[in-house]
Ligand binder design. Structure first.
Ligand code: ZN
Length: 310
C-alpha cells in the first residue's frame, strides 16, 4: 500500500464550523482560536468568509478578525469568497489566499445560484483575473463532488468537467468536498485516482464531513490514491446543510490522532489541539462529534492500565 509519510491539514473550523453555530463568537474569541490552532502547528487556516453578512451573520466580522489576528510567517490564512467584491474585501484585510466554491451538481447549482456549475466557474473569470494581477492565490472548492441531495451520486465526468473549468481560469489548487457526507471509500479512491491522472499538475485537497460515519475511511482512501491534503475542523464542528443536527466535519484532533498512530506526520501537537477543541465546545455550549474528546487518546488507555498495575 502506498501510505504517505506526512499529510497537510487545513483547519476549516473558524469558517465551515462556526458558520452554522447558533452562538456567534466575538472577533476576539475567533482570533484566539485562530492563533491557538496556528500555535498547534497547523499551516493552513480558513479564517472566515467575505460574503454577505445578511446571508451568514456568523462571518460578518471576518474583516476585523483578519486585520487584528497575529500571524505566523509560515501559515497560510485563507478565506472563502463568492465574487470579486469578496476578493477585494479579502485584499483590504490582508488575506492573500481565497477559496471559490461551486457545486458539482447541476440541480444544486441551479437551485443555489441559478447557474450551471460550468457557468458558475466561468463567472469567476473576472475575479481570477483580478487575483492574478494583485498577487492573491486562489483555490477552487467543488462541493457535492461525490453526492448531491437532489441527484444522488454525482458522476465522475461531471466533477471533472467542473475541474477543467477551474483549470481554464487558472485555478490549479482544487478541493473535492463531500458537503453532504454521501461519499464512500471506493468512490473516493476512484474519483481521486482519476482526477490525479487527468490533472497531474493540480494540487488536490479533500474535504470530508463525517455525516454517516465514513469520513475517516474516505480520508484513508484519499491517502491511498495519493492525496495528502485534508480539511478538518476543531472539535468536529460543522454540519450538513440538508440534515440539521448531523455530525460535522471530521475533527482535527481525530485526524491527527489517527495519523500519528499510523506513523504519518502532521507537524501538529495533538495535546494542544485537544485542549483547544475542549475550549471550542465550551464557547459554543454543546458537545460535538469529536471522538478523541469523548474517548481520549489510545495512549491514555494504555497508560491508565500501566499505572493500575503498579
Ligand atoms: Zn464542509
Amino acid at each position: 500500500m502506498n501510505w504517505p509519510d506526512k499529510i497537510l491539514i487545513c483547519e476549516v473550523g473558524p469558517r465551515d464550523g462556526l458558520q452554522i453555530e447558533k452562538a456567534i463568537l466575538t472577533a476576539e474569541q475567533k482570533i484566539e482560536l485562530i492563533e491557538r490552532i496556528a500555535d498547534a502547528g497547523i499551516k493552513i487556516i480558513e479564517i472566515g468568509s467575505f460574503v454577505s453578512p445578511k446571508a451568514v451573520p456568523q462571518m460578518a466580522d471576518t474583516d476585523e478578525v483578519a486585520k487584528k489576528m497575529k500571524r505566523k510567517a509560515d501559515v497560510e490564512y485563507r478565506a472563502l469568497i463568492m465574487n470579486l467584491k469578496g476578493l477585494k474585501r479579502a485584499e483590504d484585510a490582508g488575506i492573500y489566499k481565497a477559496k471559490l466554491t461551486v457545486s458539482a451538481s447541476k440541480s444544486h447549482s441551479l437551485a443555489n445560484l441559478n447557474k450551471t456549475p460550468e457557468e458558475a466557474v466561468q463567472a469567476f473569470g473576472e475575479t481570477a483575473e483580478y487575483a492574478a494581477v494583485h498577487g492573491i492565490s486562489l483555490s477552487g472548492a467543488i462541493s457535492t463532488a461525490f453526492g448531491c441531495p437532489f441527484e444522488g451520486k454525482v458522476p465522475l465526468e461531471q466533477v471533472m468537467r467542473v475541474v477543467s473549468c477551474f483549470y481554464n481560469i487558472g485555478v490549479k489548487e482544487i478541493s473535492l468536498s463531500d458537503t453532504t457526507g454521501m461519499a464512500t471509500p471506493k468512490q473516493v479512491y476512484e474519483y481521486c485516482s482519476k482526477a490525479k491522472k487527468l490533472f497531474p499538475d493540480v494540487v488536490w485537497n479533500l474535504h470530508f464531513h463525517n455525516t454517516r460515519g465514513v469520513g475517516f475511511a474516505n480520508v484513508v482512501s484519499g491517502m491511498l490514491a495519493g492525496i495528502n491534503r485534508f480539511d478538518s475542523s476543531f472539535a468536529g464542528l460543522g454540519g450538513c446543510p440538508f440534515a440539521p443536527g448531523a455530525s460535522g466535519n471530521i475533527a482535527t484532533e481525530d485526524l491527527i490522532h489517527m495519523c500519528h498512530e499510523m506513523g504519518i506526520e502532521t507537524g501538529c501537537d495533538l495535546d494542544t489541539v485537544i485542549s483547544l477543541s475542549r475550549h471550542v465546545q465550551e464557547l459554543i455550549g454543546h458537545e460535538t462529534s469529536s471522538f478523541i474528546l469523548k474517548a481520549g487518546k489510545s495512549s491514555d488507555i494504555v497508560n491508565s492500565f500501566k499505572n493500575r498495575d503498579k
